[in-house]
Design a protein around this ligand. Sequence first.
Ligand SMILES: Nc1nc2c(ncn2[C@@H]2O[C@H](COP(=O)(O)OP(=O)(O)O)[C@@H](O)[C@H]2O)c(=O)[nH]1
Ligand SMILES: [Mg+2]
Length: 411
Amino acid sequence: MSLFNKLKKAFVPKDEPVKFPEEIELEKLEERKRQQQSVQAHVTDEEHHVEQDIEQETEGVIEPPEEVVFAQDEFDNDSGLMSLEEFEQWESEQIGAKFKQGLEKSREQFQGALNNLMSQYRTVDEDFFEALEEMLIQADVGFQTVMDLTDELRDYARKENITETIYLKEIIVEKIVEIYNQDETLDEEMNITAGELNVILMVGVNGVGKTTTIGKLAHRYKAQGKTVMLAAGDTFRAGAIDQLQVWGDRVGVEVVRQAEGSDPAAVMYDAVHAAKKQGVDVLICDTAGRLQNKKNLMNELGKIKRVLQKVIPEAPHEVLLALDATTGQNALSQAKSFKEVTDVTGIVLTKLDGTAKGGIVLAIRNELSIPVKYVGLGEKLDDLQPFNAERYVYGLFADMIEASNDDMDKG
Ligand SMILES: Nc1nc2c(ncn2[C@@H]2O[C@H](COP(=O)(O)OP(=O)(O)O)[C@@H](O)[C@H]2O)c(=O)[nH]1
Ligand SMILES: [Mg+2]
C-alpha cells in the first residue's frame, strides 16, 4: 500500500462516518469535559486563591476537581460495544485530527510552497532540486537533512525515470518518513514500567512550556489509570510553585512543594520519599530553567539526580527537555547546551501549533540524535500528544493526502 493510502486509512475519518452509540456518548462526554476545562482554564490566580481559602475554611478537606469518569452505565446500552478494532480506528482518527489541527500553520506554509514549486518547475531537473532545497531550509528542516532528502529524491527520480515533478510529491513525504525513522535506536516510547515508581525530570529554559507540559503529562498518565505526583522543583522563579499547584489541582494530583527560594534538591528529597511511601506510579519533577551559567545548572541537576537515586537507583527514568518550536534554530542550540550538562532522554517540542516552521522536528531528530517523545499542539489538556513520523507527516500534508487517490500511485 502506498504511504498516502496508509496514512489516509489510519487518520482520515471515513466519509459520512457511521456513528456508534458509544461514540455519540463519548462525544457528549468529551464536550462536557471541554466545557469543564474551559471553565477551569478561566479560573484566574485570584479566584484560585479564593478557592483555596474556601477549601481551607471547610476543614481543609481539599476535594480534587470533579472529573469526567466514563461511568459504566453510560456505555451499558443494549446496542453492543465498539469493538477493539473500531475503537483503535476511532482513536487513531482523533490523534490524526489533533496533528492536523496543531500543524495547520506549518501545513499551509509547506503545502503552499510545495504546490508553488511544482507549478513553477514542472520538469525534474537540477533547478527544481535546488529550489526544493531552499524551500526546505526555509522551513527549518536543517541543512544536513535537506541534503539527505534531496539526494534520495535525485536517485529515485533517476532510477524510476520520473520526469514530471508532480510525481515526486508523494515520494517527498515518503522520504521524510524514511529519513526520520532511519535511526532505529531512537525510541519514542517513554521508559515507564508498570508497578514501579517512575521518575520524570523536566528540564529546559524559562518559558518553553515545562510546567504546562507537566500538567498535560500528569493528565495523560492519570487517564491511563496511573497515580501521579508532582514535585515543584522550580523554586527560583516567582509564582512557579503556585503555577504547578494550579495544574496539580486541575488534574487532581498531589504537588510536593516547599517555600520559594528553597533548595530544589530538598523538594525532590521530600517528593521521592512521599511518592515511594504512597506507591505512586509516576513522579514528575519541575525544575528551574536557568541556563545563564552552565556550571550551576550542571551542579543543580547533578544534585537533584543524586538525591533521587538514593531512593530509586534507576531514577530519573526520563529526562525530558522541553523546547519551544517557535524559537527555531535557537531551540537547537538550547538542546546542544543541555546535552552538555545532563543526559537528555527525550524532547518535548512545545508550541508546534504556534509556528509555520514545523520542519524543526526533522532538524532536531537528525542533528541531535535525541527522540522527540511528545509534541505540544495547543494549550488544552489533551494537546500534548506522543510523537511519531506518520502522525507528523499526516499533519503536515493532510490536505494532499486526503485529496490523493489510488491513481496517484506511481511505480
Ligand atoms: N500554543 C501553545 N502554548 C503552549 C504550549 N505549551 C506551553 N504553552 C504556553 O507557553 C507558556 C509558558 O509555559 P510554561 O509551562 O509556564 O513554561 P516554563 O517556564 O518552561 O515552565 C504558557 O503560556 C503556556 O500556555 C503548546 O504546546 N502550545
Ligand atoms: Mg515553569
